[in-house]
Design a protein. Structure first.
Length: 242
């Protein structure tokens, strides 16, 4: 599996990385591609969700948290520089099989870290009864795109207040109730031979899963930026699919 890199390491908007997934799926011919990314505080909600029902828009505006829609389904996610986003693009057209392959990739990383993680029926990664990584997937012609949020660490206050899950998902008992549903990977990386930072974890994941690298050219990055504009249009962000 090839690792897809950029010429520079600057942090871009979340919409750029969603567009990068599409570019890789539509333009590159590698059967399996993978890359990781981080963003400044952002909220991303699923293709079938209504932003006003899922996101505390006033809180996000007041705290400089950007809001985006993705083309995959699933729930609303908060992301920041303390967690790690994973993108997997594969020629596997069966979404269920693509999910399964990705989950097994994540579990392989966890096993190598000595962490007893498991996959759930919802394609989440669990440590015990707590979620450490959620996934979502969608299909393009000849390709499947699977992406996830690995909770290495996060701003718990933002996570609680930027997202407004329904009462069936989360009783409103404050940050402690969130911590009862999720766990942070950093809490399991205490031994001397474990990666101790997000950057060290990224290097470990890449070494474990990938062979070889493809670096996007300036012209290809410009194409990604063109695709990105489709994610920034008001009609897409406000889209409601039945």
């Amino acid at each position: 599996m090839k690792y897809i890199s950029l010429l520079d390491e600057k942090v871009r908007c979340l919409s750029f990385y969603l567009a990068m997934e599409e570019f890789v799926a539509r333009r590159l011919h590698e059967p399996d591609c993978f890359f990781m990314w981080q963003v400044e505080p952002s909220v991303i909600f699923g293709r079938n969700q209504i932003a006003e029902n899922e996101v505390n828009l006033e809180y996000c505006k007041a705290h400089g948290i950007k809001v985006y829609r993705r083309k995959s389904g699933g729930g609303c996610v908060y992301a920041d520089m303390d967690n790690l986003m994973w993108s997997f693009v594969t020629t596997e057209e069966n979404v269920g099989f693509a999910f399964n392959r990705f989950v097994n990739m994540v579990l392989l990383v966890m096993r190598k870290l000595g962490i007893p993680a498991t996959g759930s029926s919802h394609n989440d990664i669990m440590i015990g009864d707590r979620k450490v990584c959620g996934t979502a997937c969608y299909h393009l012609a000849g390709r499947s795109i699977v992406h996830s949020t690995m909770l290495y660490d996060t701003n718990m206050d933002h996570m609680l207040k930027a997202i407004t899950p329904g009462p069936e998902k989360l009783e409103k008992k404050g940050i402690q109730s969130v911590r009862q549903r999720i766990t942070l990977l950093k809490d399991y990386l205490q031994e001397d031979d474990h990666p101790k930072s997000v950057d060290a974890l990224k290097a470990f994941v890449r070494e474990t899963l990938c062979e070889g690298e493809y670096v996007l050219t300036e012209a290809e990055v410009a194409e990604v930026e063109q695709i990105e504009q489709t994610y920034l249009k008001a009609e897409f962000i406000n889209l409601i699919q039945q």
